[in-house]
Design a protein around this ligand. Structure first.
Ligand code: BG6
Length: 347
């Protein structure tokens, strides 16, 4: 008996070089061939033949990510309901950024200086990151994709810095959508760089006049409609009856967007992103945007986890991490009133 076991070990050992050869071959093949799909991650073509990745979780939730802009264009719950707003007039063609979903604003939020409005990450072709360094906060998710952006020669002319931007987009088993950005300064001449940043999330809402935002009361904000002057928000939850474009400063890590009509609450959790932009263009600005329907402002609200007031500075070799986690939960009612505190405390 003992001999037989020994024999098996011996024959397995003799197969080791062959197993290693097959393993090396498969590894090499995986590196050179197109990424293969799985039940959780499907590689596909989207509008205008642009490459996209579909993430699916076993309970039915899903998300779609275009490699163009590393742009999440869809996030659906396990009933197949769309949770993000995407304009019916969105243009899926470079150099235009896709209107809706989650554009990535980097290396700049806004339109200051020589860089394009909201930077260039949202209108560059990202690639699949085959070999990302390990994630310290790994999720249990099998539905995720790793993307990477490095500057082109053109980018380096406009923004003379070397960087590696790694983005993991993951769908949790319960349908939560998680985006983790890791930006590293790879300058070899010892130069630091600074940037501002936002996950420019467009939430889908039933009717903007039925929406409240909790978590930003009494905070200071910069008003983009008034030369970025500084004001302090009043004590009530935010409601909407005209154009809004504000950068709330040093916000809590959790914000709730309560859609009264849909009885749905979005919970935004963020890490490494102190600010939060709240934007709705309302009717006049909506009409002025070619890639946005005249009435679509009623069905969207942007709440953007961001780092704007204090730019992030990285020395060579340093890495910054900024994480966004989105959940959509049924709103709780308490004697006819929404009770967002329960949502916030109970999560
Ligand atoms: C918001 C800004 O985040 O994005 C607004 O606060 C801006 O000022 C809006 O109008 C849309 O920007 P863009 O470049 O996508 O049209």
């Amino acid at each position: 008996m003992r001999r037989r076991i020994g024999g098996e070990v011996q024959s397995a050992q003799s197969k080791v070089p062959e197993i290693k050869r097959v393993y090396d071959f498969l590894l090499e093949k995986e590196k050179t061939s197109a990424p293969s799909s799985s039940p959780y991650v499907e590689f596909s073509k989207g509008v205008n033949g642009l490459e996209k990745v579909i993430l699916r979780e076993s309970r039915g939730s899903s998300a779609e990510v275009y490699l163009y802009g590393a742009h999440v264009t869809s996030w659906k719950n396990d009933h197949g309901e769309e949770l993000l707003f995407l304009s019916s007039k969105a243009v899926f063609k470079p150099p235009k950024a896709i209107r809706g979903g989650i554009p990535i604003c980097f290396p700049q939020f806004g339109g200051l200086g020589t860089l394009d409005q909201h930077g260039f990450a949202r209108n560059r072709f990202w690639t699949i990151d085959d070999d990302p360094p390990p994630f310290p906060t790994n999720t249990l998710s099998k539905a995720f994709v790793d993307l990477i952006l490095k500057p082109s020669e053109e980018d380096s002319k406009n923004w003379p810095h070397s960087f590696e931007y790694r983005l993991r987009i993951a769908l949790g088993p319960g349908g939560d959508l998680m985006l983790t950005s890791r930006i590293r300064n790879t300058n070899s001449e010892g130069k630091p760089f600074s940037f501002t940043f936002a996950y420019h999330t467009y939430f889908s809402v039933s009717d903007i006049s039925e929406v409240r935002v909790e978590g930003l009361e009494t905070l200071d904000y910069l008003d983009n409609l008034q030369n970025r002057d500084r004001f302090t928000e009043q004590g009530d939850a935010l409601t909407f009856e005209s154009e809004v474009d504000k950068i709330y400063l040093s916000t809590p890590t959790k914000i709730a967007i309560i859609d009264h009509e849909k009885k749905r609450t979005f919970v935004v959790r963020k890490d490494g992103l102190p600010d939060a932009v709240v934007w709705n263009p309302w009717d006049k600005k909506a009409k002025a945007m070619a890639d946005f329907g005249d009435d679509e402002y009623k069905y969207m609200l942007c709440v953007e986890a961001a780092a704007i007031e204090k730019p992030i500075t990285l020395k060579p070799g340093e890495e910054w991490k900024g994480r966004l986690e989105l959940s959509a939960v049924p709103s709780s009612y308490c004697s006819g009133q929404l009770d967002p505190q329960r949502v916030l405390q109970g999560s």
